[in-house]
Design a protein around this ligand. Sequence first.
Ligand code: 5CA
Ligand code: ZN
Length: 409
Amino acid sequence: MHAWPASDVPALPGTGRPLRLHDTSTGGPVSVDPGPVARIYVCGITPYDATHMGHAATYNAFDLVQRVWLDTKRQVQYVQNVTDVDDPLLERAAATGEDWVALAERETALFREDMSALRLLPPAHYIGAVEAIPGIVPLVERLRDAGAAYDLDGDVYFSVGSDPHFGEVSGLDTATMRALAAERGGDPERAGKKNPLDPMLWRAAREGEPSWDGGSLGAGRPGWHIECVAIALDHLGMGFDVQGGGSDLAFPHHEMGASHAQVLTGSHPFAKAYVHAGMVALDGEKMSKSRGNLVFVSKLREQGVDPAAIRLALLAHHYRSDWEWTDGGLAEAVERLGRWRAAVSRPDGPAAEGVLAEVREALAHDLDSPRALAAVDAWAAEQTATGGTDTGAPGLLSRLVDALLGVAL
Ligand code: 5CA
Ligand code: ZN
């Protein structure tokens, strides 16, 4: 699949600080210390009801990771998927009577537009689940041949007991895992499984559902977790630097994916850090397609809201916190954008090197974007109050806000 156009990332003087991120697996901050090419996999959308503010907030967080790496003069190998066939997508298409392929294509196109409007950097590889199927089938066959997968009435399940590291990504107890599996696409109640938590790798063709040639597996379609594993192993390999997504993906999705990959390759870990963004809520409840309490990037854009203001509204919250989308938060972001634009439109101002150092420091510490905004606010306030004589300052300020925060002033 094609991704979306990249916005320019201005070069900055000096170099950024080494990145530390909170890793769900260890439960604390870790130094993310990639080689010259940093490798990141961020789980993509299931393309219906895109792009709501929860999606936007999560992709914004991982865009900051890339911007910090680019500022440390690394290249970034960024991979993202599109879950363009899965139960919730098929259910939505069935409910509205729309063709599921048309639904997925339309929503993916809208997502691309929203991503480029928000100046989120595109992945180098943007891969749909459907196009990954030829690579998924041999992985499932290998797991089965190794005794890590088993047949249940034609469906193929992964045996979580085959991975000695199972449970290490999320660190949850069995009862919690079981509850979350039921809530998030698993089927712990299905009779005949070796372990209620075992997830599906290959779903045999059902009447009225799309299916593909699965070789020795028979016709069917892939399970959710193996899809992301196949794409990540193909484009990044084992031991990549960051696996990213919202906190609702820690279990079962990232836990299961890690186990699939670890058993397939006999090595550990799948990702060096598992990084999760908090959940954005509306009216007190997690913004979600199933609840329907959504604010869309595209709707706000249609209403004439500057995408840079949407981005500032996201950046005002630390990526790991759960927070509420409000009109007031957006109004503050619009006001902040106006203040910053006015401040950089003057021919000179207070020196901005200190702001660059502070924004770099803030982002390197687990992407502390509120602290980064405060540093720019302070400069803008000084510009308004006293001004300054540094003729390079407004330009440097604009470039650093663009390069590190993705906001064009
Ligand atoms: N296709 C799968 C991943 S392979 C999926 O979870 N798709 S999704 O469309 O449901 O979500 C896309 C991303 O947005 C995921 O990282 C998810 O964790 C994140 N996300 C969904 N809802 C919210 C929310 N309310 N707040 C923050 N992030 C969210
Ligand atoms: Zn995924």
